[in-house]
Design a protein around this ligand. Structure first.
Ligand code: NAD
Length: 495
């Protein structure tokens, strides 16, 4: 397949085209290193053309004047088409990312629920009347689309992350340039084709595929962009914020996490074991909200960690297309190198390797970027492996003696994306949940979310909120319209 590039995949102003400089990229299946597709790799000029298309569609077309009912129906049609092509898109997602087909199907169902949620939410939007205490004044707050949006997504949940942006941006009436991660573009390409089929007008939803290093600044350093929504690593996010600052562009950042999972001695043991394992090893730990820091009450710690080990060792990793696989490979060989490096670092910092830690030797895994579930015990918060996002299947274990210490440890991170607390004491659960400085806190659960509730981070996990009503508001300008129905002289100046 390498070397052939049959279908153009850049979509600019409703036209599907190849990259202006002929650039292409091989898309690699992390399960076996094979090339699953060759796609166009945009140049900076293509990026600028996509922004110009978005600007033109926002300023000159009738798109921003569409009614909320029209946009709501459009979102529902996209959801219907996603369900029609569910299997095909799930397969593409698995080939791209390595995640299991089961996970890819769940992602698509989640994505459908996000389109449905915003279809409903925008349909009931109405102006807000403000009582200014004078019956002759009509004061209204109306919501208008923010304008041209650049939407940049990572590789771990390619379709999900881009849809958390596209669905509310379309609902709000914005135009946009969507940029998936260059390593996982296939599901986004399929989505943009479906959006076109659903009736999204030319120029409203443009697709650019390419390396952030090559086209990133062209997309973010532009006076024609009104809003940037970025999901990805913290250093990339900080760079984008700095590049966009001179234009005072609105920037929403959804960044990494280093998420504590706090387990008290009175928690339901089996449910806690199951949740800790799933919370950290799902998608081989390549989840921004992965429960990578187990913070456990010392009275149960030794027994609990011992019970985790056989569960971790029993996880069947393998090709995501194989129904027997419970989790897939890491996204790339270079990412596996990074994860492996964190295990070595943790050990050198004094952690005890309890299980995993070495890439599998078996031939069946030789071509893929597999890494086993790994547990590092006897960790403490001063260690880099405890503080930095490893983004792989590594669980670190820290112990606490009191509720206060558990909270202190849970908050001792520069991130603040998500946290879990497990206890049978509901009052304590509530106290701890309120004390944790994280955007989502799960009590006796982990990793779940709903389209109707906000998602986002404290601290270096970002400054934006996706999903829920706030996820729509990010793509809107609130405008105050004050109407004086009985104008008369104010008489401030006497002349
Ligand atoms: P990354 O920062 O390397 O890349 C993310 C996206 O940014 C990619 O599309 C990339 O091409 C683009 N990019 C890179 N440099 C750019 C630049 N200079 N200008 C503009 N765009 C640029 O991140 P990644 O490795 O793809 O994703 C993993 C990270 O994403 C992790 O830190 C993870 O925690 C985070 N993440 C966060 C959430 C969340 O909801 N907060 C969700 C998923 C992933």
């Amino acid at each position: 397949m390498s070397g052939t590039n049959p279908d153009p995949i850049l979509c600019i102003d409703g036209t599907w085209r190849h990259a202006s400089d002929g650039g292409t990229r091989d898309i690699i299946n992390p399960a076996d290193g094979s090339v699953v597709a060759v796609v166009d790799e945009a140049s900076a000029d293509d990026g600028r053309a996509a922004i110009a298309a978005g600007r033109g569609a926002f300023d000159e077309s009738s798109w921003r004047d569409t009614t909320v009912a029209e946009r709501s129906a459009l979102l529902d049609r996209i959801a219907d088409l996603l369900l029609r092509d569910r299997d095909e898109i799930a397969r593409a997602e698995t080939l791209d990312t390595g995640k299991t087909l089961r996970e890819s199907h769940i992602d698509i169902d989640d994505v459908v629920s996000v389109f449905r949620y915003y279809a409903k939410l925008v349909a009931v939007e109405s102006d807000r009347l403000v009582d200014v205490g004078d019956p002759t004044i009509v004061s209204r707050v109306v919501h208008e689309p923010v304008g041209v949006c650049v939407l940049i997504a990572p590789w771990n949940y390619p379709l999900l992350q881009i849809v958390w942006k596209i669905a509310p941006a379309l609902a709000a009436g914005c135009t946009m340039v969507a940029k998936p991660s260059e390593v996982t573009p296939l599901s986004t390409i399929a989505l943009i084709r479906l959006a076109e089929e659903a009736g999204v007008p030319p120029g409203v939803l443009n697709l650019i595929q390419g390396s952030g290093a090559v086209i990133g600044d062209a997309l973010t350093d532009s006076p024609d962009v009104d809003m940037i929504s970025f999901t990805g690593g913290a250093s990339t996010g900080a760079h984008i914020a700095a590049v966009a600052a001179p234009h005072v562009t609105r920037v929403a950042l959804e960044l990494g996490g280093k998420n504590p999972h706090i387990v008290f001695a009175d928690a339901d043991r089996d449910a806690a074991l199951d949740a800790v394992i799933t919370g950290v090893f799902l998608h081989s730990g390549q989840v921004c909200s992965s429960g990578t820091r187990l913070i456990i009450e010392e009275s149960i710690a030794d027994e609990f960690v011992a019970a985790l080990v056989p569960r971790a060792q029993a996880i069947r990793f393998g090709d995501g297309l194989d129904d027997a696989s419970e989790t897939g490979p890491l996204v790339s060989q270079s990412h596996r190198d990074k994860v492996e490096g964190y295990v070595a670092l943790g050990i050198s910092e004094g952690a005890t390797l309890v299980t995993g830690g070495e890439r599998p030797a078996d031939d069946e895994f030789a071509k893929g970027s597999y890494f086993p579930p790994t547990i590092l015990d006897n960790c403490d918060r001063s260690m880099r492996v405890v503080q930095e996002e490893t983004f792989g299947p590594i669980l670190t274990v820290e112990r606490f003696a009191s509720e206060r210490e558990a909270i202190e440890l849970g908050n001792d991170t520069s991130y603040g994306l998500a946290a879990g607390v497990r206890t049978a004491d509901t009052a304590r659960a509530e106290r701890v949940a309120r004390a944790l400085r994280h955007g989502t806190v799960w009590i006796n659960d982990f990793g779940v979310y709903t389209a109707a509730a906000e998602w986002g981070g404290f601290g270096k996990s970002g400054n934006g909120r996706e999903l829920g009503p706030t996820g729509l508001a990010e793509y809107q300008e609130a405008k105050h319209i004050w109407t004086n129905t009985a104008p008369k002289e104010v008489g401030w100046f006497t002349a």
